[in-house]
Ligand binder design. Structure first.
Ligand code: SF4
Ligand code: SF4
Length: 449
């Protein structure tokens, strides 16, 4: 059996869970179903069972090997990964709200991502599911050319009228795709990939020189967000370099347990951002930032990339974290608006950043920030969760939109492209007539209003 690449949780990592249950009410899936098996504590229990059984099986196999001496070490690990285990681990959003709630310091994200890597190695998925996963994680996301080709096809579908026809004649419903199609982002007219290799000078005296991490799908769906991010950074005295050759951060692959793909992406990205002495590597995606800050988990302590990852990750900053620490110097114009803020899980729970986005929003004159009830609970986006677990995602979105509506704020602000997509879908489904923006888009609007 091939080892799972990267770090493996130790006994202490699992044993840190003292079964107190303080995480249960923070867990979106436990809140929905009230099932122990779909709680953080229940999932950790299942992971321990699988890890222990694997050790026992390995010991038994080695013993059999000694007795039989036939050269074959039969492992039974496949049978440990049951459909039930895969189901409960797949239903986890990897939102890490349980980490924030846990008094015992359980690093749940590390555990669940390893469990998924174990599933990826040992579980036989249906043929079509495996082919689709291989295509998305190993062929599409690591290749800007394929992303661009794929985006052009989607753009044709969206602009040619095909999308409207498919919706009108109900073919999407027939194929069982109508719910998933709601989360399809609108493809940009002009892709941000064209800006790779560009340097944007600081407005006024230079206060910092940063590298911009642009993401992957965001380059064909959130080009305007990326441009707004650069405008806000340069307006505040940052020279912004968009390094050529950067690839997807690997977050989606790492969260799905496809570690080899995530590691390959990390190996490409790190030298690109380390070859120059940037003050920071800045991202506007909380999901990317969380993974970039944890690249070291993908490598064993004695692999050379581990030390490199530690240096790299120390430079990574979410754009809200970076700007709040740097301090805004650009003149912000008043925006007499009521806005509410949805915490992005990988910013709040993954990176423990709560105040920075709120501080930036409060800096906008005349803006009224109202707290969103349960803003720390996932909106159901969670990477590709809204595609793989659409029904649950929609249930979480319904609750989120109920709370968003209760704030009577015409604008919902968040800090992650995935959350933007999810909340925009929510606005359209529930016709709340709210606008959904990234924090930097609102800052940009204030700068230029
Ligand atoms: S709060 Fe932490 S220690 Fe308590 S049950 Fe949850 S994961 Fe375990
Ligand atoms: S990561 Fe989120 S969904 Fe998964 S167990 Fe923790 S709180 Fe629940």
């Amino acid at each position: 059996m091939s080892p799972i690449p990267g770090q493996t949780p130790t006994y202490e990592d699992y044993a840190r869970c003292i079964h107190c249950g303080l995480c249960l009410n923070a867990c979106p899936t436990y809140r929905l179903w009230n099932l122990e098996a779909d709680s953080p504590r229940g999932r950790i229990h299942q992971m321990i069972h699988v890890a222990q059984s694997e050790i026992q099986n390995k010991a038994t196999s080695e013993l059999n090997h000694d007795v039989q001496g036939d050269g074959s070490i039969a492992t039974q690990s496949e049978s440990l990964i049951t459909d039930s285990f895969v189901d409960h681990i797949s239903k986890c959003l990897d939102c890490r709200a349980c980490e924030t709630a846990c008094p015992s310091g359980v690093e749940y994200g590390k555990l669940v991502e390893h469990a998924r890597a174990r599933i990826e190695r040992d579980y036989e998925r249906p043929w079509l599911a495996q082919v689709t996963r291989d295509f998305v994680f190993r062929d599409l996301l690591p290749s800007p050319h394929r992303i661009i080709d794929f985006a052009r096809v989607l753009r044709l579908y969206q602009r040619s009228g095909l999308q409207a026809i498919a919706r009108a004649i109900g073919v999407l419903k027939l194929l069982g795709l109508s719910d998933r199609e709601r989360f399809l982002p609108r493809i940009d007219d002009d892709f941000f990939y064209g800006r790779f290799g560009w340097t944007y000078p600081a407005a006024g005296p230079r206060r910092a020189r940063v590298a911009f991490f642009a993401g992957c799908i965001a380059n064909v769906t959130f080009s305007r967000l990326n441009e707004a991010t650069i405008r806000v950074l340069t307006a505040n005295g940052c020279e912004v370099v968009v390094p050529r050759g950067q690839l997807c951060c690997g977050a989606l692959a790492a969260h799905a347990g496809v570690r080899d793909a995530a590691r390959d992406l990390a190996k490409t990205n790190m030298p690109i951002f380390l070859h120059d002495d940037f003050d920071a590597v800045v991202t506007n995606s909380a999901g990317c930032g969380s993974t970039l800050k944890e690249y070291a988990h993908l490598f064993l302590f004695d692999e050379p990339e581990h030390a490199q990852a530690r240096v790299f990750s120390e430079r990574v900053r979410d754009v809200t974290e970076f700007l709040a620490a740097l301090g805004l110097t650009s003149k912000l114009n008043p925006l007499p608006l009521r806005v509410t803020y949805q915490d992005s899980c990988h910013l709040l729970h993954g990176q423990k950043i709560r105040e920075a986005p709120r501080t930036l929003l409060r800096a906008i004159p005349n803006l009224e920030l109202v707290e969103l009830p349960c803003s720390e609970i996932c909106c159901g986006s969670a990477g590709i969760y809204n595609v793989t677990q659409t029904e649950t995602s929609l249930e979480l979105l319904a609750e989120k939109m109920h709370h968003a509506k209760s704030t009577r704020a015409p604008i919902i602000v968040t800090a992650n492209p995935g959350c933007l997509l999810q909340l925009r879908a929510g606005v359209s489904i529930y016709r709340t007539n709210q606008e959904v923006l990234h924090v930097v888009e609102l800052l940009d609007r204030s700068l230029h209003s």
